[in-house]
Design a protein around this ligand. Structure first.
Ligand code: NAD
Length: 281
């Protein structure tokens, strides 16, 4: 018998706490604010930005949207970011990715002040994460750790195997699990004998971007399985990186897609914005 981890429930609980803390900051005259920059007309980005603004409203955090044209240059975008770096109303800055091709994404992310970098992508914040003193942990991995803690799932001493080594999910998840005293293995597209390694996982994280990539043979009995993947199927439905129906009975805990890891990402963005607002005052 397994437990389906309910990302919406965890998310609601964390957002309720964030709303209380926001109200408390406001009573002291501190107004947390998130600036969200969107460049171009990507419909998926528009949905994400709207969801972020709505989540801010729900928790009392101010949000400021900056919509820029598809043909915006790197310089124009950096110039806006520099203004926001110096804007007292703005505690956190987020630039919705992906940006159009002509924009140098690395220069843009590096232009965001590390103290307002609520996505946690700036090299300074990557470094802080690496040394175990993260100020802003990237939101998706931070959300997974929050879920494990909500369900009282032990991390210390456990073997956590992560499939995927991206800068936004796999690598920061490895750092966060290390900081929580797990033994960590990171696998990737060049890993030999992947199923042999994943079968050793007490906690298995799938961040691959391939639908139903993790099959029952790859999972140890009783493992905790966290599915980061968001894949759109031909029928329009969302599907994770884990073959949920085949795998679930082998697990002790498993996240569904949708309704698992996904809802936590925006919640941790709100948390990081609150941290930024608290720290600047
Ligand atoms: P990415 O493409 O940057 O990285 C994928 C990783 O998978 C790479 O490190 C690659 O080495 C590894 N990989 C690819 N093929 C493999 C194979 N055959 N065997 C082992 N490893 C393999 O992706 P990402 O940005 O880390 O995102 C991963 C998935 O998570 C995507 O579906 C993305 O949409 C989703 N995602 C979800 C959230 C959320 O909020 N839930 C946030 C970010 C990403």
């Amino acid at each position: 018998m397994y437990t389906k981890i309910d990302g919406k429930q965890v998310s609601q609980a964390v957002r309720a706490r964030i709303a209380e803390e926001t109200a408390s900051l406001k009573s002291k005259g501190i107004e947390p604010g998130l600036a969200v920059i969107i460049v171009g007309n990507d419909p998926a980005s528009r949905v994400y930005v709207n969801n972020k603004k709505k989540a801010c409203e729900q928790t009392g955090i101010n949000s400021f949207e900056y919509a820029m044209a598809e043909d915006t240059s790197t310089e124009e975008l950096i110039s806006l970011i520099e203004k926001l770096n110096n804007d007292k109303r703005v505690s956190g800055i987020l630039c919705q990715l992906p940006v159009p091709k002509q924009i140098d994404e690395e220069r843009v992310l590096n232009a965001i002040s590390p103290d307002k970098d609520v996505d946690g992508f700036h090299p300074v914040n990557c470094g802080r994460l690496m040394t175990g003193c993260a100020k802003f942990a990237p939101c998706t991995p931070a959300g997974m750790v929050e879920m494990l803690k909500y369900y009282n799932i032990p991390i210390a001493g456990k073997h956590c195997v992560i499939i995927g080594r991206s800068n936004i999910v796999g690598k920061p998840m490895a750092m966060l699990m290390l900081a929580n005293n797990a033994t960590v293995t990171v696998c990737h597209s060049k890993t030999d004998n992947l199923p042999e390694i994943t079968k050793q996982a007490d906690i298995l994280v799938a961040a691959v971007g391939k639908p139903k990539f993790v099959t029952a043979e790859m999972v140890k009995d009783g493992a905790v399985v966290l599915d980061v993947g968001i894949n759109r199927m031909e029928n329009g439905k969302l599907c994770g990186d884990v073959d949920f129906d085949a795998v679930c009975e082998k697990t002790s805990y498993i996240t569904p897609v949708p309704g698992g890891v996904g809802p936590m990402t925006i919640t941790m963005l709100l948390q990081n914005t609150l941290t930024a607002a608290s720290d600047e005052n």
